[in-house]
Design a protein around this ligand. Structure first.
Ligand code: PBG
Ligand code: ZN
Length: 327
C-alpha cells in the first residue's frame, strides 16, 4: 500500500468517533425554509376530513384555515402548496379561474394569517374538470394541449391576482410555462413566479393523492403527458424546455434521486426541488403503524437523501412534523 493510503486508512472511523465529530463533518442539514407543506382545501363548511390513505392528513374547508395556519406557523412552516377540492366541476374546469374561487379565497385567508409565508398554488385542471383530466378534451376524448393553454393562463392570472407568490403548473403540457409566463407578464404580474413540474412521471405512487384531491381521471390515464418511469435522459429535455420557457424553479416528481442529481448537474443555477409524493408518505405511515420501521428515523433519512441528491427544496406531507422536530 502506498504511503498516501496508509495516512488515509483510518480517517473514516476517526471522523465518526463520537457525536461532536459526526456533527462537525455532516454535509447535509434540514432547514425549515426548504420545506413546503401541501394543503387540500375543500369546498364546504366546518370540514376537517381525514384522508384514509394518508394518515395524519386532512381536507380542510376555508373556515378551518386560520387555525390550521396558526398551528403550521407554530411548527415552523414557511411555505405551503395549495390544492383545491371543488364541487362545481364541468368539462372546462371553469371553477379554477373565478375571482372568488375556492383557492383564490384560501390564498387571501392564508396571506392575511401568515404574511411571511410563500404561498404556492397548484396550476392544473384535474381537480376542476368533471372528467378528471388535466385540461380540455378534444372530440376523441384526448387531452387537447393547445386548447388547454388559455385556460391555464386564466387560472394562473386569477391565482396571482388573489395573492399567490408562485404558481406550480403540474399538468406536463407542452408549452405551458411559456404561455403562463407571457400571460402573467401581460397582466402586470411579473413578480409571480413559476415552479414548474418539469419532470413528472406517470407514477403509481400518486394513488393516495387521488383520494385527497378527488381528481382521478374518470377513464384512461395520464400516460400521454406524464413521463414514463423508464426514462432518465428525457428528464433533461423536459427540464431544458421549462428553463427556456421561463420557469423560475423546477420540481421533480416523484423526487427520484438520480433525476434530481442529473437535473441539478445540468442546471446548477436553477433551484430544483423534490416531491415526496402521497404514496411515499403512505408507505412510511403504513410500515410504521405495523412497527416495521422507525418513522422518525426513516423520514430524516429520506429527506437527507433528497438534499444529498441536490434538492434545494422538498414538498412533503411530513413538512410540519419535520420543521417541528428536525429543524
Ligand atoms: C395533479 C397532481 C397529482 C399529484 C399532484 N398534482 C396527481 C396526478 O398527477 O395524477 C400527485 C401528488 C402526490 O401523489 O402526492 N395535478
Ligand atoms: Zn392535473
Amino acid at each position: 500500500m502506498s504511503q498516501l493510503n496508509q495516512a488515509l486508512i483510518r480517517r473514516p472511523r476517526r471522523l465518526r468517533q463520537d457525536a461532536r465529530w459526526r456533527a462537525f463533518v455532516q454535509s447535509q442539514h434540514l432547514h425549515a425554509v426548504n420545506f413546503i407543506m401541501p394543503l387540500f382545501i375543500k369546498a364546504g363548511d366546518k370540514i376537517c376530513q381525514p384522508i384514509q390513505s394518508m394518515p395524519g392528513q386532512f381536507q380542510y374547508s376555508l373556515d378551518q384555515l386560520p387555525q390550521v395556519a396558526e398551528r403550521l406557523a407554530e411548527s415552523g412552516i414557511q411555505n405551503v402548496l395549495l390544492f383545491g377540492v371543488v364541487q362545481d366541476k364541468d368539462p372546462l374546469g371553469q371553477a379554477a379561474a373565478q375571482s372568488n374561487g375556492l383557492i383564490q379565497q384560501a390564498i387571501q385567508i392564508l396571506k392575511h394569517c401568515c404574511p411571511h409565508w410563500l404561498v404556492i398554488a397548484d396550476l392544473c385542471f384535474c381537480e376542476y374538470t368533471d372528467h378528471g383530466h388535466c385540461g380540455v378534451l378534444d372530440a376523441n376524448g384526448q387531452l387537447d394541449n393547445d386548447a388547454t393553454l388559455p385556460h391555464l393562463v386564466a387560472q394562473a392570472v386569477s391565482l396571482s391576482k388573489a395573492g399567490a407568490d408562485l404558481v406550480a403548473p403540474s399538468g406536463m403540457l407542452d408549452g405551458m410555462v411559456a404561455a403562463v409566463r407571457a400571460g402573467l407578464d401581460a397582466h402586470g404580474h411579473t413578480q409571480c413566479g413559476i415552479m414548474s413540474y418539469a419532470v413528472k412521471y406517470a407514477s403509481g405512487l400518486y394513488a393516495p393523492f387521488r383520494e385527497a384531491g378527488e381528481g382521478a381521471p374518470q377513464s384512461g390515464d395520464r400516460l400521454s403527458h406524464q413521463m414514463h418511469v423508464a426514462n432518465g435522459e428525457e428528464a433533461l429535455l423536459e427540464a431544458r424546455l421549462d428553463v427556456e420557457q421561463g420557469a423560475d424553479m423546477l420540481l421533480i416528481k416523484p423526487g427520484y434521486g438520480d433525476v434530481v442529481y442529473r437535473v441539478t448537474q445540468q442546471y446548477p443555477d436553477i433551484p430544483v426541488g423534490a416531491y415526496h409524493v402521497s404514496g411515499s408518505y403512505a408507505m412510511i405511515k403504513a410500515a410504521a403503524e405495523k412497527g416495521w420501521l422507525n418513522e422518525a428515523e426513516v423520514i430524516e433519512e429520506v429527506m437527507l437523501g433528497y438534499r444529498r441528491a441536490g434538492a434545494q427544496f422538498i414538498v412533503t406531507y411530513f413538512a410540519d412534523w419535520i420543521t417541528q422536530h428536525l429543524c
